[in-house]
Unconditional design. Sequence first.
Length: 194
Amino acid sequence: MPLPAPGRATTWIAERAEASHYVLSEHVIRSLMAGRIAVPQIETALRSGRIIEEHRHGGRDPAYLLCAVHDGKPVHAVAAPRTDGWLAVIHAYVPAPPFWRTALHRSPGGPAMSDSITSCYFCGGAIKQVTVGNFDYRLEGRLYVIKKVPAGLCEQCGEKYVDAEVGRRLNALIAEQAFTGSEAVGVIDYAVAP
């Protein structure tokens, strides 16, 4: 199935959303779990959003950054039409500083990433320096969380990068099991939930 013509992308995306013919990436699921975004917000962006950016990266199909208003608040969704007729929602968020000056305009400059990399290996999006609230990982069936990690964050797909020194320190902290506390983890069993 061919991708939508450039002038028809908004309609094509809205049709896929209306038919529930879309998938959500892991990045989106993590945002849902963290309470930063909700499916109704995403569907509003897909159904009635305005394309404010088109992202093209070598070897990949285009992705579109859509902006809409849901319950009086702006929302962004990055949607990638696929040649198999499905729509992939690869990122969704509420636009806010430091990346966004307004819902429609990026902040000039913004915080700079270190001298290492400036664009994402996976999607080519711009990398910005942030402090990641939680880095989680699983080891032998147990969930571990590392908080307040300095990292580069892809503005487009949400991939995170840490520099070599931070990586070495993370490795040492994990090896030493240098826990500073523990938290209860909420679990939802999708197959059992009502």
